[in-house]
Design a protein around this ligand. Sequence first.
Ligand SMILES: [Zn+2]
Length: 119
Amino acid sequence: MDKKSLKHFEKLLKTRRLELQAAYLEKLSRSGDAGADGALDSADEASANYNKEFWYSMSDTDRQIMRLIDEALRRIADNTFGACAHCGKPIQKKRLEAVPWARHCVDCEDLQERGRLEE
Ligand SMILES: [Zn+2]
């Protein structure tokens, strides 16, 4: 993928990440409940650079997206962004515009949804 596109997706990902954080923090301040909901899946998650309490008390979905965003940002740094994690083919740009943290091309995503992708 060319540098200009990489920059573009990097910006999309970073914006999305900030939005997630902002939306979450707003929710937190409104409810006045900063309580953590408990268990972590793996120690890896704790190594991320946001503060622990924030991370623990996010919803699973937000946490999942955050993780995918961080992975995608890492792939941009590694210059592997935009290639399907399964078949290695380029992921369609249209798809990346909608879901910049996508790891699979449409074909492989389809297989995965049907539980036929081994990874
Ligand atoms: Zn694929």
